[in-house]
Design a protein around this ligand. Structure first.
Ligand SMILES: Cc1ncc(COP(=O)(O)O)c(C=O)c1O
Length: 363
């Protein structure tokens, strides 16, 4: 059997007719940038999260950068970011002229914590970017408390956690602001790029709305130096349609993950944390035999991926002198197995059988 790591066509198949109607309507309407579909999606997404403001933009990286700019973070400032994450989280800090300070992850989690952050705070720290990696919500209370104590903004990166909750609140509504990506592979993905900023801070909402539209308050009234970061009408309409399937697709991801988990709990490997109301963006396992296991699975037709093989502080362009043992170890040991709505149970079972076979013989 051959199992691909991801097959977006299968997930889309269920709503293909609706997608075609949506796309065809937009073409007929002849209004491709801004307009009612963008506004409707912003309202629908903030309503889903129970947040006051949703400001759409071109992608998740822009969303993070716009938040930093909106809070006035720049030269001379420090922002605490995880090293074990997608590179955008550090990239945007450099983009605004500030310095990323890399935090390690705790041994038993993939999310930075109050403990791994506390001793990195200095008088220059202006923000902490928290990433709900793989769909696992970070333990936010201690981080929010640190933010309050030191007057530091807490920014949630929710690119991998659409629909996850922490203590009964959707992630993205817990910190001062949040960034979402709608990259096609995400749990809520467009048919292209897309992103959004979520915040209950009215001043930030107003500022990022200006900044993402060339600093315009109204047509040709430029009151700030901005940029161009737009979600187009087509992507907005597609996202509104797909938003109505998000919970159902998240449940399907959980169900498939449960098949993996039920067969893996006796194996000598670290399994994704299952305690909180997480979603499964990725199904990640951790073992010191990662490279050998990956090769074995590949020989049996199973595609896997690694999120992420190099922690950001070890990327040549970013290299800094910090030693972050848990991030470095995770980067050498994590393996993402296929998991997406549209996968057959038989495919998950085939993968599970091969993981079990490899782990029990240590081949
Ligand atoms: C954790 C995380 N942050 C930020 C991003 C950036 O999102 P985008 O690709 O939409 O710019 C991604 C996307 O891969 C991500 O996984």
């Amino acid at each position: 059997m051959k199992v691909s790591f991801l097959d977006l066509k299968r997930q889309q198949a269920e709503i293909k007719e609706k997608l075609l109607t949506t796309t065809s309507n937009i073409i007929e309407e002849g209004w491709y940038i801004g307009g009612k579909h963008v506004t409707q999606f912003e309202h629908a997404f903030s309503g889903y999260l129970k947040a006051e403001n949703c400001i759409s933009c071109a992608n998740g990286t822009d969303a993070l950068e716009l938040i930093l700019k909106g809070f006035g973070i720049g030269k001379g400032d420090e922002v605490i970011v995880p090293s074990f994450t997608w590179v955008s989280d550090a990239e945007v800090v450099h983009a605004v002229g500030a310095r990323p300070v890399f935090a390690d992850i705790p041994m038993d989690s993939y999310c930075i914590s109050g403990e791994t952050i506390a001793n990195l705070i200095t008088s220059k720290t202006k923000a902490i970017i928290v990433v709900h990696l793989y769909g696992i919500p970070c333990h936010m209370d201690p981080i929010i408390n640190l933010g309050k104590e030191y007057g530091i903004k807490v920014i949630e990166d929710c690119a991998q956690a659409h629909g996850a909750s922490y203590m009964g609140k959707k992630v993205g509504t817990i910190g001062d602001a949040a960034a979402f990506s709608f990259y096609p592979t995400k749990n809520l993905g467009a048919l292209g790029d897309g992103g959004a900023i979520i915040t209950n801070d009215a001043t930030l909402a107003q500022t990022v709305r200006l900044l993402k539209d060339h600093g315009q308050k109204a047509r040709d009234e430029h009151v700030a130096i901005g940029e161009n970061s737009r979600l187009d009408a087509l992507q907005a309409a597609v996202l509104s349609l797909k938003l109505s399937y998000l919970d159902q697709w998240n449940d399907e991801r959980r169900r498939l993950a449960q098949i993996y988990l039920s067969g893996m709990n006796k194996l000598d490997m670290k399994l994704p944390d299952n305690g909180i109301d997480r979603v499964f963006h990725l199904f990640v396992i951790q073992t010191a035999l990662r490279n050998q296991l990956r090769k074995y699975l590949s020989e049996h037709g199973i595609e896997t991926a690694i999120h992420y093989p190099v922690p950001i502080h070890k990327i040549e362009a970013y290299q800094v002198s910090e030693v972050l043992p848990n991030s470095e170890r995770a980067a050498g040991e994590v393996l993402s197995l296929p998991l997406y709505p549209g996968m057959e149970d038989a495919e998950v079972e085939y993968i599970l059988d091969h993981v079990k076979a490899f782990m029990s013989t240590g081949k």
